[in-house]
Design a protein around this ligand. Sequence first.
Ligand SMILES: NC(=O)c1ccc[n+]([C@@H]2O[C@H](COP(=O)([O-])OP(=O)(O)OC[C@H]3O[C@@H](n4cnc5c(N)ncnc54)[C@H](OP(=O)(O)O)[C@@H]3O)[C@@H](O)[C@H]2O)c1
Length: 331
Amino acid sequence: MTESMKAWRRETYGPASGITLDRAPVPQPRSGEVLLRMRATSLNAGDVRLLRGDPLLVRAAFGLTRPRQPIRGMDAVGTVVATGPQVIGVEIGDEVVGELVGGGGLAPYAVVPASRLVPLPPGVDVAAAATLPIAAGTAWQALDAAGVGIGGHGLRVLVVGASGGVGTFAVQLAALRGAEVWASCAERNRALVSRLGAVRTFDHRREPLAVIPAGRFDAVVDIARGIDLRDLRRLVSDDGTIVLVAGGGGPVLGPVPRMLRAVALSLGRGPRIRPLAASPRPEVLTALLSLLAEGRIAPVIAGVYPFERGAEALARMEAGHVAGKLVVRVG
Ligand SMILES: NC(=O)c1ccc[n+]([C@@H]2O[C@H](COP(=O)([O-])OP(=O)(O)OC[C@H]3O[C@@H](n4cnc5c(N)ncnc54)[C@H](OP(=O)(O)O)[C@@H]3O)[C@@H](O)[C@H]2O)c1
């Protein structure tokens, strides 16, 4: 096998304009890891945070002065081409889907722990599968944390920030679980969000959440940035739950102060506020791939880019306002 590859890299933290297609060594799988020949990745808000090292707190975990992994792209669909020692349950030639925590997907080859991979079901579109691991996985975990489980019939849920990657899946999954879904997004995305299953939509610029009568919801999933916690709290019933998915916040600690305030607010009586830290959950990804294969969820794909235009895709993600997901086909 070739020992080097051309990958989209940025050695220092900064904007997408600084990523370049450079030679890099093909990574070697260590114990428990496999090497994937990448077929597709999709982009997430987290890729932009890691690219820019913003907030600074991100750098404590991913590299103080420069990113330890200079290649972005955390969702992976690929073919297993090599296995490290002590890999169980995954074989060379398997077509798989999974999450590359920390990145590495905007490259022809990437390594990933075998335990994070699940089989790509036959006949499932590669680009559609690439949208699932982080965005749909986060939406699933947010709904679980909100108490909107399978059979959420009769629950009324508000999804704030419904048009992005996580939001478009949150609306579909909440509706699929039987909830009555209300959603806030930009005016231009209201029709899209209604098609995904929202029974009522709001233009977040012209109709602030303050226009909604108090106590209307059993759960709120907040995927937008910077909404005041008191405004969210007013919307849910006393035994309801608010799940905070969104990042945002200041340049140093990001969402951490808001999360701490949420915990403090939850100590007294009234709605619970739960900050979400989604993690790779292979069993959830398997369930999502089944729903995709059965046509019960349909990713909203705003653009599919060939590998050569990976920098353009990342710059579009960085600019924001993408309705749904951006996919980069690597193979
Ligand atoms: N907690 C976790 O474990 C976890 C996991 C994954 C992602 N996240 C966070 O979740 C957020 C979404 O991620 P993503 O990948 O889905 O990003 P994304 O695709 O960029 O989606 C963000 C969406 O939020 C909308 N929005 C922004 N402000 C809004 C407001 N005030 N009201 C309504 N909508 C608003 C944007 O729509 P416009 O077009 O109107 O701008 C955009 O569609 C990010 O903050 C990310 O960091 C957290």
